[in-house]
Design a binder for this molecule. Structure first.
Ligand SMILES: *Cc1c(COP(=O)(O)O)cnc(C)c1O
Length: 411
């Protein structure tokens, strides 16, 4: 028999860690986490403020800096990611902006893969130049030649995989190796950072692949119920401390209630994502065989160009995101989406309910035909975030909606 004193949370299954965190010892108290809905804290004595300033983790002074509910969420997230530390922030964009600005200042350079979440892409394009930070793009197939883009001012190598909405897969081993060679060329450590939102840390852990930093929008799979907005940064203690310093000034601290919702969501994280993986694979197979579907993009399908790489890099599943191109272009996509009754027409992803959106109407709206071509986006595409509904109901919903395209023109 194992004595509980011998239990190491790090050795437990992800599902067990997600539910219990580090609370493995019998202790009086509530089972559910406490929501410490307070902006400020009574100090036991005037010396407490000084002890806080000296780094005493048991003293709380102000909730933009630290909050016990947020701390509990962070401890849980670090444990799940196998990271030294995690920071939970008010949104995915707060996580990304605070993390990037903790390493890059005026004169510095970032190298990124080009297929990025729209918010990140536009922030890089429209806001960073005003701060004197330059972003260069490297196509994933050119990572072998990263040296050509590196200068002594290169601070960060940034990537996102799988990408939105074409679900291309970037080779994390090649990305980490490019970071190593970039560091040699730059003469200092060039940080590697991966936005892991689409895969989520159950299916892919960039830190285990050797990346320095993983960011995720917790609004998506970690939250998983379309009812909270949050973001997480994981990495070494010293890196996360630097992001925390940045966050204190930028102000993107998480609310204790969002931290509570996240902790509540993590209890079913593995169940939800395992079901989303299964539903996505089953729906992708169904759609690929459908007469009114031109093409399905899902890393778990053998027809996907990066299937072999995805099979090496993603486990246990390929994620919950599927993109299908239907007959009839944008008009066909609109017809199908407007006829769905189980799947919900809404932005975002990762929730228990299946969500659909049309990229040329949402994430890639107002892009020129040339830009769309470069991003591999076509007008007939429907992006599907598979929920945890019964698979027969999802297949039936799509079958009914797609049958409206019988007789429509090809792609
Ligand atoms: C949604 C999303 C973000 C931004 O997260 P927010 O929580 O909306 O700020 C960043 N990256 C990816 C890949 C996303 O899907």
């Amino acid at each position: 028999m194992t004595r509980t004193d011998d239990l190491k949370p790090e050795r437990l299954a992800l599902a067990t860690r997600a539910i219990h965190g580090r609370r493995l010892h019998p202790r009086q108290g509530p089972v559910a986490p406490a929501i410490v809905q307070s902006s400020t804290y009574r100090l036991a004595d005037s010396g407490a403020a000084l002890r806080y300033a000296q780094g005493d983790p048991d003293v709380y002074v102000y909730s933009r800096y630290h909050n016990p509910t947020v701390d509990e969420a962070q401890e849980r997230l670090a444990l799940l990611a196998d990271a030294e530390a995690a920071l939970f922030l008010s949104s995915g964009m707060a996580a990304i902006s605070s993390a990037v600005l903790s390493v890059a200042a005026a004169g510095d350079e970032i190298i990124s893969t080009p297929a990025l979440y729209g918010g990140t892409y536009r922030w890089f394009r429209d806001m960073l130049p005003a701060l004197g930070i330059t972003v260069r793009y490297v196509t994933p197939s050119a990572l072998d030649n990263i040296e050509a883009l590196v200068t002594p001012r290169t601070r960060l190598l940034y990537a996102e995989t799988p990408t939105n909405p074409t679900l291309d897969v970037i080779d994390l081993a090649a990305f980490v190796e490019a970071g190593r060679r970039a560091s040699v060329r730059a003469g200092r450590h060039v940080l590697t950072m991966v936005d892991n939102t689409f895969a989520t840390l159950l299916n892919q852990n960039p830190l285990r692949a050797g990346a320095d930093v993983m960011v995720e929008s917790a609004t998506k799979y970690l939250g998983g119920h379309s009812d909270l907005v949050g973001g997480v940064v994981t990495g070494t203690r010293s890196f996360v401390d630097g992001v925390h310093r940045q966050m204190k000034y930028l102000g993107g601290c998480a609310d204790p209630f969002a931290a509570y919702l996240l902790l509540r969501s993590l209890g079913t994280f593995e169940l939800r994502v395992a079901r989303q993986n299964d539903n996505a694979l089953a729906l992708a197979r169904f759609l690929e065989a459908h007469r009114n579907v031109v093409r399905v993009l899902y890393p778990g399908l053998p027809s996907h160009p990066a299937h072999a790489l995805a099979a090496r890099q993603m486990s246990p599943g390929f994620g919950g995101m599927v993109t299908a191109e239907v007959r009839g272009g944008a008009a066909g996509a609109v017809r199908v989406v407007d006829a769905l009754r189980v799947a919900v027409n809404a932005m975002s992803l990762g929730g228990v309910e299946t969500l659909v959106s049309i990229p040329v109407y949402s994430s890639h709206v107002n892009m020129s035909p040339e830009e769309l071509r470069r991003h591999g986006v076509t007008p007939g595409m429907i992006r599907i975030s598979c929920g945890v509904e019964g698979i027969d109901d999802l297949r039936g919903d799509f079958d009914r909606a797609l049958s409206l395209l019988d007789g429509a023109a090809g792609a």
